[in-house]
Design a protein around this ligand. Structure first.
Ligand SMILES: [Zn+2]
Length: 69
């Protein structure tokens, strides 16, 4: 799903994307906000609470675009 951590420079457009980020120290769990099915999801890795934030991520499906605000 979203385990890719490669840092190679790609020519993909990216943007600041709303995400949920795990609050647990040392856990790298996060998910795209628009993938979360629940209002307040838990971390898929450690089941801790998550907090909303942003990450700069490659744009998914540019042709099928649209976030829930
Ligand atoms: Zn976590």
């Amino acid at each position: 799903m979203y385990y890719s951590r490669k840092k190679s420079v790609e020519e993909r457009p990216s943007e600041e994307t709303p995400v949920w980020i795990c609050q647990k120290d040392g856990c790298n769990g996060w998910m795209r906000n628009n993938f979360a099915l629940e209002a307040e999801p838990v971390c898929p890795l450690c089941q801790s609470q998550m907090t909303s934030g942003v990450k700069t991520l490659p744009i998914l499906n540019p042709s099928n675009y649209g976030y829930k605000a």
